[in-house]
Design a protein. Structure first.
Length: 250
């Protein structure tokens, strides 16, 4: 039948199902829980779990399993991402040194943003987001920036992906907010994770759309050497520099 897949690889399919199940799980999963979630018997998945563990894609944690960073490392090895990082990371280091705040670089991955690089503050004050950290696009400053600076069709694709993971949001309200972000060229919003932190985020533009978002989790207080406005200005200068270097790169 035309609707049927042309080729089948049952073992590979089971392996992918296991990885896709474990990747977003906040805690390690027992073999029995994996079996129940996938609707497969333990005997069906036992050997695949062993192969994935031996290959380094998952690891035992306590009594359960979690994914490792191996898939993330493979994705980071792609030439387009290596090229982006080669231009962005030196500027990020300068930004962190100037603002005395940490910063991180994020890209869109389906309905989520994923941190692909970070630079910690050189001082004692700061909050760093680890590489590989994921969060729904609609729940982060980086995500708002990544959505705002897309074509209409690109944004529609992203919103469809968000709807597919059953996150509730008002589409009209979100689209209006994204228009304001695009007009301003940046966003500032309270951190969804911690109080007393304000996320400052601006886009890295390539070919007219946001390739990535550069974000500073701004920590205010007596130890801050720059105010928020000055840190935002430095951030926007950094994203402009990175965007310009990507435009002229061979």
């Amino acid at each position: 039948m035309a609707s049927e897949r042309k080729y089948r690889a049952p073992a590979l399919q089971k392996g992918l199902e296991i990885l896709e199940l474990l990747a977003p799980s906040p805690t390690p999963m027992l073999t029995g829980d994996i079996s129940a979630a996938l609707g497969r018997s333990v005997s069906e998945i036992f050997r695949m779990i062993q192969v994935l563990e031996e290959s380094g894609y998952i690891v035992r944690s306590g009594e359960g399993y979690r994914v490792t960073n191996r898939l993330f490392a493979l994705g980071m090895a792609q030439p387009p991402i290596r090229d982006l990082l080669s231009h962005a990371v030196p500027v990020m280091r300068e930004l962190a040194a100037h603002t005395r705040q940490s910063c991180h670089l994020a890209m869109a991955s389906g309905a989520e943003m994923v941190v692909i690089a970070n630079v910690e503050t050189p001082g004692l004050l700061g909050f760093a987001v680890r590489m590989g950290y994921r969060r729904p696009l609609i729940q982060s400053a980086s995500g708002h920036v990544l959505m705002a600076f897309q074509s209409e069709s690109g944004l529609n694709d992203i919103l469809a992906a968000v709807e597919n993971i059953a996150l509730k949001f008002d589409r009209k309200v979100l689209v209006k907010l994204l228009a304001k972000v695009k007009s301003a060229g940046y966003i500032t919003m309270p951190s969804p994770m911690l109080t007393a932190i304000t996320d400052l985020s601006a886009p890295i533009i390539q070919n007219g759309s946001a390739r990535a978002a550069l974000t500073v989790p701004f920590v205010d207080g007596p130890g801050a050497t720059l105010g928020m406005d000055d840190a935002l200005s430095a951030l926007r200068g950094a994203t402009d520099r990175i965007s310009a270097s990507l435009d002229i790169a061979p």
